[in-house]
Design a protein around this ligand. Structure first.
Ligand code: Z5A
Length: 208
């Protein structure tokens, strides 16, 4: 596959959407063809699954159901969007991917990394991003940013601080296990500082 697959991860309000726009501008400036997408979602079918996952009225959804829905959406997304784009030489930038499943379902919901790995292997068969940016931020700061934004909260955003602490630690654990794939960014810095770091990393990636 000629294209490169980049994913953006982190807790809520960490700056993924904001910096996805920055990466988009960088790709345009370098004349690199790309596709920007997100998880859960990215295809018509997967966006329907996203609605189920985020809907607060689904308060009785079991953790196993949540996990399988996330991977069902991902299987469709990989097959319909991500792999075809990479095969055409495009870069794919996704707002969240499988690391989010390790963090949210594996750690915060308590399913454990081993069970996630089992399904990841079955669905993805070794397919993984080339580069993952982890936007690391104290949980309270992220929550405050989301509150300031003022939008309605979804099924995940109504969770407590402890839940998001587990998410944060899981991302840091994952990043420490495979440091060559991850770039951990201090998302509490100014946007200019965060983006200087991203730009440095993209300049490295484009030459590898
Ligand atoms: N989920 C899951 O459970 N399992 C999975 O496998 C997957 C997902 C794939 C939807 O994700 C939910 O799905 C997610 C986990 C679950 N739930 N949660 N929580 P989402 O990505 O759509 O939703 P989100 O994580 O809640 O995204 P978000 O709240 O939109 O956060 P963000 O995109 O990281 O932040 P942002 O919108 O770019 O920035 C937030 C505000 O901060 C905004 O006003 C910015 O202007 C400001 N900002 C950003 N950076 C800075 C800096 N550096 N300084 C100051 N202000 C800043």
């Amino acid at each position: 596959m000629a294209g490169k697959f980049i994913t953006l991860e982190g807790g809520e309000g960490a700056g993924k959407s904001t910096n996805l726009a920055f990466i988009k501008d960088w790709l345009e400036a370098h004349d690199i063809p790309f596709v920007v997408t997100r998880e859960p979602g990215g295809t018509k079918l997967s966006e329907k699954i996203r609605e189920l996952l985020l809907d607060k009225s689904n308060s009785n959804m079991t953790t196993e159901c949540e996990l399988l829905l996330v991977f069902a959406a991902r299987a469709q997304h990989i097959d319909e969007v991500i792999k075809p784009a990479l095969a055409e030489g495009k870069w794919v930038v996704s707002d969240r991917f499988t690391d989010a499943t390790y963090a949210y379902q594996g750690a915060a919901r308590g399913l454990g990394f081993d069970r996630i790995k089992l399904i990841e292997d079955w669905v993805q068969q070794g397919f993984a991003p080339n580069q993952t940016f982890v936007f690391d931020l104290p949980v309270e700061v992220g929550m405050q940013r989301v509150r300031n934004r003022g939008a309605e909260i979804d099924r995940f955003e109504q969770e407590k601080v402890e839940f998001f602490e587990q998410v944060r630690q899981a991302y840091l654990t994952r990043a420490s296990q495979v440091p060559e794939r991850y770039c951990v960014l201090d998302a509490a810095q100014s946007l200019d500082q965060v983006q200087a770091h991203i730009q440095y990393q993209l300049d490295v990636l484009v030459n590898t």
